[in-house]
Design a protein around this ligand. Structure first.
Ligand code: HEM
Length: 159
């Protein structure tokens, strides 16, 4: 559960996220790296975002698509919102993740897509942050993403 995250974990995640936000055009840069990796590892997820399943992940059509970037930015903004709520608003955040999980069922998202999204997130962070992305930071992200997605998945399977 999100509630179980400790102070050190949250600090690592917050600091690395702030560092990433100092990257020029971070939302577009990070968002396209994240989704390119997700679509590469989980082709069926392309259809959930309105792309044909056989579209090449490197095709200009996909990488220059406004829809692709809009979704990428959207998801990153959500993670940003979630991180800002990790402190005092943790109870509310858990409720929001539960509701969000139920909505994801209607989008056609399957529980087994969550770890693939998590791997894509780590891949993107390592790529953008380079040496700043230490083992401790990686662990903290895995724990945080794991906790957020666990709340969502729990509500998806108990529907
Ligand atoms: C912790 C993980 C995730 C978070 C925080 C998250 C967050 C969100 C949010 C906030 C929305 C906006 C819509 C709403 O409020 O209902 C959304 C939409 C969506 N998400 Fe997620 N999501 C996560 C994981 C995933 C995964 C693993 C997939 C599938 C690969 C996915 C696919 C989608 C799709 C298809 C939409 C609808 C987009 C649209 O048509 O506008 N999400 N997500």
């Amino acid at each position: 559960m999100v509630k179980e995250l400790n102070y050190t974990t949250i600090t690592h995640v917050m600091e690395s996220w702030e560092s990433m936000k100092r990257t020029k055009n971070y939302e577009t840069v990070a968002g396209s790296k994240l989704f390119r990796r997700l679509f590469d590892k989980c082709p069926q997820s392309k259809t959930l975002f309105g792309f044909p399943i056989d579209i090449d992940v490197d095709s200009p059509e996909l990488l220059n698509s406004k829809r692709f970037l809009a979704h990428a930015v959207y998801l990153l903004e959500m993670i940003d919102t979630a991180l800002n709520m990790l402190g005092p608003d943790i109870e509310l955040l858990t409720d929001i993740m539960t509701e969000l999980g139920k909505k994801h069922v209607s989008y056609g998202v399957k529980p087994d897509m969550f770890p693939i999204m998590g791997d894509a997130l780590i891949y993107m962070l390592r790529d953008v942050l380079g040496d700043e992305f230490t083992d401790a930071t990686e662990e903290a992200w895995k724990e945080t993403y794991g906790a957020l997605s666990a709340d969502m998945i729990r509500s998806m399977v108990s529907k």
